[in-house]
Design a protein around this ligand. Structure first.
Ligand SMILES: [Zn+2]
Length: 366
């Protein structure tokens, strides 16, 4: 464990707080959600050559898929991938998914990530620990209007899977509950083609496969959703229609955005991080599941953005922004108030060499 315990005094070489303020050679205490810098104290835990920082937030993942064999999935297109995942999931039982969830959590902890926004199947909800409730959005997928009244919505946090897998009337019903919501939002080109033009593989492949009838949507439906939505985390936005961008620029304080650039790139989609960074919009980062990514280290999402943008913007300014995306904005995005601080000892750089860029690089390689 490398967690800072509440109420104890620590001495560290470098300390970064939740607002990205940096302190050197300091004694501090973490209590009541606040870092207190202290001149001297009697009983101090001395960390060796260490850095202390808020634990990273992986704001969007599906931990129950950790043990699915990615090689069995079809990456030809996004919808082919979904269909192959549905088939693969059908072969597994509850125990498999529960073990996957537990393993996924351990992997996150190894990456200094103690807080996460996980999408969880309904069946697993009664098997997770109560202290994990705040990290889990229970996933609702139901596109058949006749079944809406039988859907259990009695959960602390809900994931409306997407507009193409949940019936609009059920979406309305969920929104009325005023719970924290997470939702995949215009992730794929296929989703865009279906929701905007009513065509493409969702109609031709997915709805044939599931025996569902496609519905027609008007652009105003999505505008209204963005204008009236509250406590909603929207994930991906890699195929966002242009007419929604002005609404996102309004910086509504009750809608939050999570980007998953590496997962999007696996399907040839481009995460809109440039749009967010250029317009100074806060966002958080997520890996999505291991079924569409190389690892669950959320810092590598930041590195992906850094590599792509390093010639267009000052690297240190960008690195500091990405630190906030990995911490402060991550907690906000998944509606978690409790912040964990953690530490790493024997870091390879001196105080003089500290930069947010070096910090991110250090945690991308572990
Ligand atoms: Zn996802």
């Amino acid at each position: 464990m490398n967690l800072i315990e509440q109420g104890k005094f620590y001495k560290t070489k470098i300390l970064i707080d939740i607002n990205a303020n940096v302190y050197f050679d300091t004694i501090f205490k973490y209590e009541n959600k606040k870092i207190q810098i202290i001149k001297r104290a009697k009983k101090v835990i001395e960390l060796t050559n260490s850095i202390v920082f808020p634990s990273f937030v992986n704001a969007h993942t599906h931990l129950e898929l950790t043990n699915i064999d990615k090689k069995k999935l079809n990456f030809i297109s996004f919808i082919d991938w979904i269909l192959s995942l549905i088939i693969e999931k059908k072969k597994k039982n509850l125990e498999f998914f529960l073990n996957s969830y537990k393993l996924g959590k351990k992997i996150l902890n190894n990456f200094f990530t103690y807080t996460f926004g996980n999408i969880l199947s309904k069946d697993l909800f009664s098997f997770i620990e109560e202290k994990d409730f705040c990290y889990n959005f229970v996933e609702i997928i139901e596109y058949n209007e006749e079944n809406i009244e039988y859907v259990n919505l009695n959960y602390p946090k809900i994931s409306i899977h997407s507009f193409f897998t949940v019936h609009p009337k059920l979406i309305e019903k969920i929104l009325q509950l005023n719970l924290p919501i997470s939702m995949h939002f215009f992730e794929s080109k296929e989703e865009f083609d279906y929701l905007i033009y009513g065509t493409g593989p969702i109609v031709e492949k997915l709805y044939k496969f599931t025996n569902l009838t496609p519905l027609k949507y008007k652009p105003d439906y999505f505008k209204k959703f963005l204008l009236e939505g509250r406590n909603i985390q929207l994930v991906h936005l890699s195929n966002l229609p242009d007419f929604l961008k002005p609404l996102i620029l309004k910086k509504k304080s009750s809608i939050f955005y999570t980007l998953c650039p590496r997962s999007n790139s696996k399907f040839g989609f481009k995460s809109p991080y440039r749009f967010f960074i250029k317009n100074k919009l806060p966002f958080s980062l997520g890996t999505d599941s291991l079924c569409s990514n190389d690892d669950l280290n959320v810092v590598n999402e930041a590195i992906f953005i850094l590599e792509d943008m390093k010639d267009d913007i000052d690297v240190e300014i960008l690195s500091k922004l990405l630190f906030l995306a990995l911490t402060k904005w991550g907690y906000e995005t998944i509606f978690v108030k409790k912040v964990y601080y953690c530490f790493k000892e024997n870091i390879p750089f001196s105080k003089k060499d500290f930069s947010f860029y070096n910090f991110l690089k250090l945690f991308s390689t572990i």
